[in-house]
Design a protein around this ligand. Sequence first.
Ligand SMILES: Cc1cc2nc3c(=O)[nH]c(=O)nc-3n(C[C@H](O)[C@H](O)[C@H](O)COP(=O)(O)OP(=O)(O)OC[C@H]3O[C@@H](n4cnc5c(N)ncnc54)[C@H](O)[C@@H]3O)c2cc1C
Length: 276
Amino acid sequence: MARNYGSVERTERLAPNLVRVVMGGDGLERFTPTEFTDQYVNALFIPDGAPYSVPFDVEAARALGFAQSPKGRRLTVRSWDAAARRLTLDVVTHGEAGYAGAWAGRARPGDLLQMLGPSGDYRPDPDADWHLWAGDESALAAIAASLEAVPAGKSGVALIVVDGEDHEIPLASPGDVEVRWLHRDSVETPASLLPDAIAGLDWPAGRADVFVHGEAGEVRAVRRHLLAERAVDPNRVSISPYWRRHHTDEKWREIKKEWLAEQAQDVAPDQAAGRP
Ligand SMILES: Cc1cc2nc3c(=O)[nH]c(=O)nc-3n(C[C@H](O)[C@H](O)[C@H](O)COP(=O)(O)OP(=O)(O)OC[C@H]3O[C@@H](n4cnc5c(N)ncnc54)[C@H](O)[C@@H]3O)c2cc1C
């Protein structure tokens, strides 16, 4: 298996809890991007005391058992510059808990990060009549990359939950995109900002291309609203939870399958708006 790893060239604090990490180096020689604007890598973080360092054999490291095996965290490719062989990730920092956020907060030039991927499955649909993106900071890289891929003449609305005005970052699009920032009280507390904002939207005519990602409970509330009230087709939208409040990624992945199965029952097909 090819070992992809980046060497940190620089970091930049885009917002109080968002760090841009720009990586380069020969370890990215075989990095193969996809066509998707939500493409992500599975970044592999090495627990303290584990007896290996980047670059490492992933299977051998995993065989060491849970405590020492690399901790995978999905992070979106904000951009990939093939000519310069430069990979940019925008990572949410949220204290010292966990791996990805804490690593990004401390990252210094020369630090190495190994990763698997990328893979992805969304890119703005050029045949849609308009676009809707909704999410929080964890989805900002994907939303930002998607906005840049919207052609001129297409319109859309991006709804993004952050902690406050100083957490808003510049976003650009060739399309006619309205960006609305929603300010929560605290990331620790579940909020209904996204479903409320979507419920209040003046819903344009035609088929919406929908991308909703972020905290699991909030994404689920949005999904329920879109299916029940807006008659969006669950098979033609990109809606999924990126993280779960008060759960590490390991804990979240343990229950995610069951959680998604429950979510699938939220809106029965015959309850969906606009269907007989
Ligand atoms: C396909 C995909 C793409 C993603 N892209 C990105 C990305 O580009 N940038 C990014 O930052 N995240 C992204 N995420 C989310 C990221 O993988 C998770 O947030 C992950 O849990 C972070 O790992 P950690 O090691 O920092 O914290 P963990 O060890 O997983 O969790 C420690 C604690 O921090 C909390 N926590 C986790 N994430 C957040 C958060 N965003 N805000 C507040 N508290 C949090 C947890 O609930 C837990 O209590 C993506 C997820 C997926 C599935």
